[in-house]
Design a protein around this ligand. Structure first.
Ligand SMILES: C[S@@+](CC[C@H](N)C(=O)[O-])C[C@H]1O[C@@H](n2cnc3c(N)ncnc32)[C@H](O)[C@@H]1O
Length: 226
């Protein structure tokens, strides 16, 4: 184990688990290791789901990786059904292990495909932590990330917004009228993502929520067609 760590392998891959939102997840190099910052995205989604869709809520977790967001939502929202998508079939194998372990296979449906493409019905919440690192910043990542985490989970194109831009352009066709979109962002991307969202959903209420360090971390696009 020490030899593996000396070669920069992340501790979570060596031990095979990582805690996220108070839940233990199995992880291996098929998936990115869930980050504590992403707990804010889950908190905001839970608050919206409970306030706006208390009886039944159809949510998504787009780019689910090990299933962290989908399983945290399903475990805390008994009224929810969650569609969890990923382009990576091997990531979905890990998500399936975690859904089994946490007894949410009836609530979380895993679907392979590009962003919202596989979603079969209109949803109330689009929740997404997509790759948002700029191509030019990949070289500056830690050795742990560069050598071991899947690049498909990190690289967000030239400006880091390639997948977020595409998600926003798809979202209108996949949501209920009163739905909301919650997206995790890099700390310098708040203004850019809010302005992309305004172009696509001019009537929506758009908020940028900072994390505990005071950095912009989540963009919420609420009441998409109010
Ligand atoms: C930053 S990781 C987030 C993983 C997990 N949701 C979390 O928060 O820990 C991004 C995930 O998006 C997936 N992904 C990348 N491009 C995608 C696409 N076009 N459609 C669906 N998923 C995609 C990656 O395979 C990866 O699992």
């Amino acid at each position: 184990m020490i030899q593996r760590r000396i070669r920069h392998e992340p501790i979570a891959y060596i031990t095979g688990h990582k805690e996220f939102f108070g839940i233990e997840f199995y992880v291996d190099p098929r998936v990115i290791i869930p980050r504590p910052e992403t707990e804010l995205l889950v908190e905001q989604a839970l608050e919206l789901a409970n306030r706006r869709f208390p009886r039944s809520c159809i949510s998504t977790d787009i780019g689910t990786g090990c299933g962290a967001i989908a399983i945290a939502l399903a475990s805390n929202l008994t009224q929810a059904k969650v569609y969890a998508t990923d382009i990576s079939a091997s990531a979905l194998e890990v998500a399936a292990i975690n859904c089994q372990r946490h007894g949410v296979t009836g609530q979380v449906q895993l679907l392979q495909g590009d962003l919202l493409d596989p979603i079969p019905e209109p949803v109330h919440l689009v929740v997404a932590n997509l790759p948002y690192i700029r191509d030019s910043e990949i070289a500056e990542l830690s050795a742990e990330s560069k050598l071991f985490e899947p690049m498909i989970a990190l690289a967000g194109g030239e400006d880091g917004l390639e997948w977020i831009r595409k998600l926003l352009s798809q979202a209108g066709d996949k949501m209920s009228q009163d739905g909301a979109i919650l997206i995790e962002i890099g700390y310098e991307q708040g203004v850019a993502v809010a302005s992309l969202a305004t172009e696509v959903f001019p009537e929506a209420a758009i908020r940028i929520v900072p994390d505990l360090s005071g950095h912009d971390r989540v963009v919420i696009i609420d009441d998409v067609y109010r």
